[in-house]
Design a protein around this ligand. Structure first.
Ligand SMILES: O=C(O)CC1=CCC(=O)O1
Length: 264
């Protein structure tokens, strides 16, 4: 576990793998921290310098009062790369982590070698729904809305077969400070990167879950269609968090993409 101060806040991160190898950075979704990658990231440690971190408002990173913007989150990512003296990296971003990855690819094009955009889009959800969620969380915290979120995160099969795991991930979700969670909701509410998608100039793989209730497969596919040369892959029997629900399948898809790009 390591901490650094950047942009006035403490960011929690972990680096595993080969220090001399190309960097691969994993970027989490709203309401999650980097533990969601525990069954994916280690598979890359023999060939990459793997970086995991908790975005502001989440995990062990500081949660300053919001609202945040996608550019705030992107500033934190770029500061982390600077701190680790990483000139360029491939980015794997889940949901809002994918928005941050897309923004980084536009703002710091020369620093991003490849993108894997999981269960994300240029724009996620309607602003009114995010405004409602912010109001709910500011009033009662994350706990009252947690079960609805978990329905979108994980399929009914997963809920049925892996009740203890669902409880554990629920614990992660409800322990996030309300203002940190709401801060990132505001970043998602205000982000529309659709117009920039056509300018993304790095090899991109977009991955969707066929039962994702947050960023349905069609939405992810539409984003893939906007990004020049992007490939689209659908994971079956999978909700919004493929790194938890289908880690082996996702690992293979990431590996294939990095191989095609010539990074392995
Ligand atoms: O909480 C959800 O509904 C899922 C989600 C949307 C954006 C994100 O990062 O997670």
């Amino acid at each position: 576990m390591t901490f650094l101060r950047a942009n006035g806040i403490v960011l929690h991160h972990q680096v595993i793998g080969r220090p001399d190898a190309p960097a691969l950075v994993f970027n989490n979704s709203l309401g999650s921290d980097f533990r969601i990658w525990q069954e994916v990231a280690p598979a890359f440690s023999d060939r990459f310098r793997v970086v995991l971190y908790d975005k502001r408002g989440h995990g062990l990173s500081d949660a300053p009062r919001g609202p945040y913007t996608i550019d705030d989150h992107t500033d934190d990512l770029l500061a982390l790369l600077d701190h680790l003296r990483i000139e360029s990296a491939s980015l794997v971003g889940l949901s809002v982590g994918g928005l941050i990855a897309q923004r980084a690819a536009r703002r710091a094009a020369g620093r991003v070698k490849a993108l894997v955009l999981c269960c994300t889009a240029g724009k996620i959800g309607a602003p009114e729904l995010w405004a409602e969620r912010i109001t709910a969380v500011e009033k009662g915290g994350v706990e009252p809305i947690a079960d609805g979120i978990l329905q979108r995160w994980l399929t009914p099969n997963f809920h049925e077969a892996r009740k203890d795991d669902v409880s554990g991930w629920r614990n992660m979700l409800v322990r996030i400070p309300a203002h940190g969670y709401a801060g990132t909701c505001a970043a998602i509410r205000d982000a529309d990167l659709t117009a920039d998608a056509g300018k993304i100039a790095v090899p991109t793989l977009c991955v969707a879950g066929d039962q994702d209730g947050s960023t349905p497969a069609d939405v992810v596919r539409s984003t893939a269609n906007l990004i020049p040369g992007a490939r689209f892959e659908l994971i079956e029997n999978c909700g919004h968090i493929p790194c938890v629900e289908k880690p082996k399948v996702l690992t293979q898809l990431i590996q294939n993409h990095l191989q095609e790009v010539g990074l392995v």
